[in-house]
Design a protein around this ligand. Sequence first.
Ligand code: C2O
Ligand code: CU
Length: 506
Amino acid sequence: MEHQIAPDDRWISRRRFLSLTGQAGLSTLVLSAGGSVLLARPGRAAESSAAGGVREIALVAKETRWELAPGKVIKAWTYNGRVPGPAIRLRESERVRIVLKNELAEPTTIHWHGVDVPNPMDGVPGVTQAPVKPGETFIYEFEARPAGTRWYHTHFQEHKQLDLGLYAPLIIEPADRDPFPYDREYTLVLDDWATGTGRPLPSTREGTAGARGGMMGGGMGGMMGRGGMGGMMGGGQHPAYDTMTINGKAYPATEPLRVRKGERLRLRLINASADHTHVIRLAGHRLQVTHTDGNPLVKPVEVDALPIAPSERYDVQFVADRAGAWFLYCAEPGHPGAGEQVAVVYEGHEGRIPEAPIEGTIDLSLWRYGIGRGREVLPAPTTGRQPEFSLTLSGGMMNPDVWTINGKQYPRTDPLPVRRGDLVRVRFSNVSMEAHPMHLHGQSFKVLAVNGRRLPAPIVKDSVDVAAHMGTVDIEFTAHNPGDWFFHCHKPMHMEGGMITLAKIA
Ligand code: C2O
Ligand code: CU
């Protein structure tokens, strides 16, 4: 499984591929158009690769001048010169070979978030591969599964590289019929930026995602106990995020979403932010949540707005039944003004300016983990063993840059030793004052309980937001994918501070 090519090798010569794989029948490079993917006929537009073939995709990590909004130009770090990078769209079980060329001034790697890749393809420097040095190339190869809205991003010094734009959607279409058909879809990647050009926004401390739902009723999930008053940096550990983007653009630069009356729309929402939970709302419409981190619910759940923590994804649908022009936006105070809004424009209503967003979530019914019922999509356990682990998340108090699991900072944290086929239980207890979106590599898990309350039916995820101030979450997964898997908070500053452990599946 050594895929590294020496730096002086010729960059992606077809000959080289053939000699690496010893097979012909490679399909050609396929990249879909940007972060916003439009499919008039979902399920058909995905290019098929030749049977037995391998789809090839070339990604170049490089610095690019990027205009977030008129007058806000930054030096972004990009895949193929844009933010987000190119959306990769694959068919479930399809084999893909992704050639990463590093043209940055620093090493980098790519992690395929939510994809059950073989361990050496997981993109964790120092654990699953050596960092890809400047000028070098690395080939990732894996089968695309499970189906769902996934994403890919750098896993090298994410507090810098992820923040500069190294992320993109990765969509795996189900091999069978999609359980929730639709007429048109858009993928929307949310991000926060520290550009130094505006008033910094308070950081998301407590977490607004479903983690609070165990204790609270429908309408009041968010907006409480915000730390970091009006732009303070809360001890210095949070960069001063002042700009919010949807697909790499801040309003008014966001590209309007076109819809036609009567259509059923699917939105794939991906939160690539380092720090912020966003609460997505579409004026004039309710949203039906269909997938949690790419995994289907038994049936859609209708809400007014949807909190989405860093690294989470949700797929939602709505029926275009109120002609006009509306904003899709984040209801967190300050976020629409920082750019997090995009016009949804019905055919025949072009040029209309939607009504301004309404900030806040009082009186709205919000998505939370406890109101969905997930489908059984995880592999069955095989060993009869049920190891349990308790992980206490702490830090940020004595020293704002130290974040721990059971009192230890990575790499000194205790790994979780399990066997392939075990049914693994993990309880997170968050004794810190900030929420932690905890992400497991290599396999997804069920969320069983939140804040001590069992969910009526587990939902399937790969990231779960554990609420601040004594929030707890119980998860369970079948350890089906062997290897050493990173298991960490997805806020890069917290990772950097040590909130990482390893699930060691032997
Ligand atoms: Cu999305 Cu370890 O990351
Ligand atoms: Cu954290």
